[in-house]
Design a binder for this molecule. Structure first.
Ligand code: SF4
Ligand code: SF4
Ligand code: FES
Length: 227
């Protein structure tokens, strides 16, 4: 089986290139297995990330035939093209600098903000809120959605779906008392095209597109909307 891999070391090379390799296929072979075999067979030294190999850590996301996937969960196919995620600087080959998002994530204050006032009693969470929060908290931070979001690609004023997923997680937590909707507006709430790509590529099927629409509805209701 032939696969083609994006190769680039920005430290030593001026331009990226593509190299093709033949791998010995076996049933249910994943992209990670193919990359490992190429490195062992050809000494190709392709850089890629993986840790859990079980779809849990989010470190192995790459583009396969131009679509973001988890390399540890996706079967390799004849003629497959493997490239690094878009919208992040390439460190080497298939490894990108996802840490580029960290300062902006930190600025969102991605933790439960209690403020000065605390309830004396135990606060109750409704089952419907918990279900929603569980889904929103299932993100494995693979950055697949950030790589394929058209709005984030064209304008960095739009923070991107992974960050809006974080904001939504606190919008729906009744214990949080920061004005998350105002933060959402500042981060480009109205720049989302609601195309749904973030959900399509998300390995956890998190409906960030729907959450963004819901935040717009809440902003409208709270009379915070832009003119
Ligand atoms: S729905 Fe919005 S956040 Fe999701 S990919 Fe499309 S533009 Fe990006
Ligand atoms: S929301 Fe989904 S696609 Fe985006 S980073 Fe989290 S798990 Fe990955
Ligand atoms: S190696 Fe952890 S999600 Fe793929």
């Amino acid at each position: 089986m032939k696969i083609t891999v994006f190769r680039y070391n920005p430290q030593t090379e001026d331009e990226p290139r593509y190299e093709s390799y033949v791998v010995e296929h076996h049933p249910h072979m994943k992209i990670i297995d193919a990359l490992q075999q190429i490195n062992e067979r050809y000494g190709a030294n392709i850089a890629y990330r993986s840790s859990c190999r079980a779809g849990q850590c989010g470190s192995c996301a790459v583009l396969a035939n131009r679509k973001p996937v988890l390399a540890c969960r996706t079967d390799v196919e004849e003629g497959m093209l493997l490239e690094p995620l878009r919208n992040f600087p390439v460190i080497k080959d298939l490894v990108v600098a996802t840490q580029k998002s960290y300062p902006r994530i930190r600025s969102l204050r991605p933790y439960l903000h209690r403020g000065k006032k605390r309830e004396a009693r135990i606060e109750r969470l409704l089952a419907k809120d918990l279900k929603r929060l569980d889904k929103l908290k299932s993100c494995i931070e693979c950055s697949s959605c950030m790589s394929s979001c058209p709005s984030h690609t064209h304008s960095k004023e739009f923070a991107g779906p992974m960050l809006f997923r974080i904001i939504a997680r606190f919008v729906h937590d009744p214990r949080d008392n920061l004005d998350r909707l105002a933060i959402a507006v500042e981060e480009g709430l109205y720049l989302c095209t609601t195309c749904g790509t973030c959900r399509e590529v998300c390995p956890e099927e998190i409906p960030t597109n729907e959450e963004i629409q819901e935040m717009r509805r809440l902003v409208y209701e709270a009379n915070l909307g832009e003119e």
